[in-house]
Design a protein around this ligand. Structure first.
Ligand code: IFM
Length: 443
């Protein structure tokens, strides 16, 4: 196992943070938030383990002060959080829920009082139900709806934010949710997916440009990546892996940074994209200040018969996390270097999420999550390797502060460095939390 690095092993200006998202921790049932597509997706049999939803989650809505104390005492510099669109605008547009906006105002002030930089994400997956009724990401008007929501949030919080990201994980928002069907709204339709892909990018570009005009600075976006390799050296598997890589790792990045979709994507998606999609690409490629990289695993892909994209996930031979995800730290170095070299040249890059789910057990008041400590050490070493190669990686955010609502897996998968008892909601820092706190201490 790699020795656990400390703050001193990174450049002086390197920032360490933790990430969470609104629906996964807040308790969406509190504070007059509106319904989201995750509430109805979870209420539909078969979509989510135990049909669990985010109504109570970690009750961060009421316990945020204690949770911010944990971030401060863990010696983190930045907190990456998200605002919930439906908490701010219960109908998705129109009247503001003052209680919801006030809550985020207090949260941001609470970070500043503790010396923590606030890193906002505007969309971490909870589409308001009234907008989902109108087609959600499939409806082109979503670009305007999203920009209006961004205006409400950034006009209230923007003077105190350290950074603002538009979208978290475009691939999950568009592809996992409209083509694979594993996330809300649970669609499996290529036309729906093509439109969601294009419109989430259009919403990103439209909002990023508008926010810059309003004076918001340090604007970025967060992309997720999976290191991809073919199961065999057959030409069919090689093509399948290339298609997977294009859809997962290059489609959103290429659009956001170069204003184009990869050829392998257009081969299957072009007939299903909205008319005149080419006219939007300049808007989509809005100037950004930084690029966020979320990385967890690698994927071994083989050829699947049938229609494009002819991809099938297979089982690789590396050790796995509780999600069944293979542990492959060098993939993080690979993507950091690639994003810098081929897309975001010159921009700071942040690892905006990295971490693992483990079968953590609370015994005698502690959680000995040594596998997580090893995972974090190995991925931090990969960040150091990327920096040594000349990649401007400027920060690393661990996912996640708390055990939380892991979407279709409900509360079954624990990603936190702080254990949450989902009956009492008691928080117990795990061994990984204490390891990070020691490593990040400035004393
Ligand atoms: O919990 C999620 C998060 O919401 C987005 N990125 C991946 C995490 C682990 O699956």
């Amino acid at each position: 196992m790699t020795t656990f690095p400390t703050r001193k092993d990174f450049p002086e200006d390197f920032l360490f943070g933790v990430s969470t998202s609104a629906y996964q921790i807040e308790g969406h049932g509190f504070g007059a938030a509106g319904s989201t597509h995750w509430d109805t997706f979870a209420a539909t049999p078969g979509n989510v383990v135990n049909a669990e939803d985010g109504a109570r989650a970690c009750d961060h809505y009421h316990r945020w002060g204690d949770d911010l104390d944990l971030i401060r005492d863990g010696n983190f510099d930045v907190y990456r959080f998200s605002t919930s669109w439906a908490r701010v605008l219960p109908e998705g547009r129109g009247p503001v829920n003052a209680e919801g906006l006030d809550y985020y105002d207090r949260l941001v002030d609470g970070m500043l009082e503790r010396g923590i930089k606030p890193a906002l994400t505007l969309y971490h997956w909870e589409m308001p139900s009234p907008l989902a009724d109108l087609g959600g990401w499939r409806n082109r008007d979503v670009a305007g709806w999203f920009t209006d929501y961004a205006e409400v949030v950034t006009k209230r919080l923007g003077d105190r934010l350290w950074s603002t990201a538009t979208i978290n994980e475009f691939w999950c928002v568009a592809w996992l949710s409209h083509f694979i069907g594993a996330h809300a709204p649970g669609m499996r339709d290529i036309r729906a997916a093509a439109r969601a892909v294009h419109h989430v990018l259009l919403a990103h570009g439209t909002a990023a440009r508008a926010m810059r005009d309003w004076g918001v600075d340090n604007i970025g976006a967060v992309f997720n990546f999976e290191y991809t390799l073919p199961e065999t050296d057959s030409a069919a598997d090689a093509q399948a892996a290339t298609n997977w890589d294009a859809i997962y790792n290059r489609m959103f990045l290429g659009a956001a940074f170069h204003g184009s979709y990869p050829d392998e994507v257009l081969a299957g998606l072009a007939p299903h994209l909205p008319d005149n999609w080419q006219d939007d690409m300049a808007t989509i490629a809005a100037p950004l200040n930084w690029c966020g990289v979320n990385y967890y695993t690698r994927k071994v892909i083989s050829h699947a018969p049938g229609p494009w994209p002819n991809t099938r996930e297979t089982v690789g031979d590396l050790p796995r996390t509780a999600m069944g995800w293979e542990i492959y730290p060098d993939g993080l170095r690979h993507f950091l270097t690639k994003v810098h070299r081929d897309y975001a040249k010159g921009l700071p890059i942040y690892v905006t999420e990295n971490g693992m789910a483990a079968p953590d057990r609370l015994t005698g008041g502690t959680v000995a999550d040594h596998d997580r400590i090893a995972y974090l050490a190995d991925h931090l070493a990969a960040v150091q390797a990327a920096i040594a190669e000349g990649t401007p990686v400027k920060g690393y955010f661990q996912w996640s502060l708390l055990d939380n609502y892991e979407w279709a897996f409900g509360y079954d998968k624990r990603f936190g460095i702080v254990h949450v008892d989902f009956d009492s909601l008691e928080r117990t820092p795990k061994a990984s939390y204490h390891t990070l706190a020691r490593a990040l201490s400035r004393r």
